[in-house]
Design a protein around this ligand. Structure first.
Ligand code: SF4
Ligand code: SF4
Length: 112
């Protein structure tokens, strides 16, 4: 293969066969609109929590779908559950419910 002098950064590569996709499946089963997100970032631009913290709902949804849950676990409780993101989402994702489900399911994993 021709070497063009650039490639995919190693840190950006995930093996979907080995990644933990269980949280994504659990959220999608209870809130199917979670799968409709196309990562436009409108929710993040409007986010109340994002104004005061590094909370980024767009990024967290992407990380859940990549099975990378450490940052999700660290940051999810920063959401204030105000629901503004839900009003502006062009894909009708029930974002507030998604955040509540993520909180609930990660909490259940820690106390098991
Ligand atoms: S506004 Fe909706 S579609 Fe856009 S990133 Fe947020 S959840 Fe996804
Ligand atoms: S519900 Fe959470 S993610 Fe949505 S705008 Fe409010 S603080 Fe941000």
């Amino acid at each position: 293969m021709k070497d063009f002098g650039f490639g995919i950064k190693k840190s950006g590569v995930i093996d979907l066969d080995k990644a933990d996709m269980s949280l994504m499946r659990e959220i999608a089963a209870e809130e199917p609109s979670f799968l409709h997100c196309f990562y436009c970032g409108t929710c993040t631009a409007t986010c109340s929590a994002g104004k005061y913290t590094g909370f980024n709902l767009r990024r967290l949804q992407l990380l859940i779908k990549r099975g990378q849950l450490d940052e999700v676990s660290e940051r999810i409780s920063e959401c204030m559950l105000c629901g503004k993101c839900q009003w502006v989402c062009p894909k009708g994702v029930n974002t507030r419910h998604v955040v509540m489900l993520v909180n609930k399911k990660l909490h259940a994993r820690k106390i098991r």
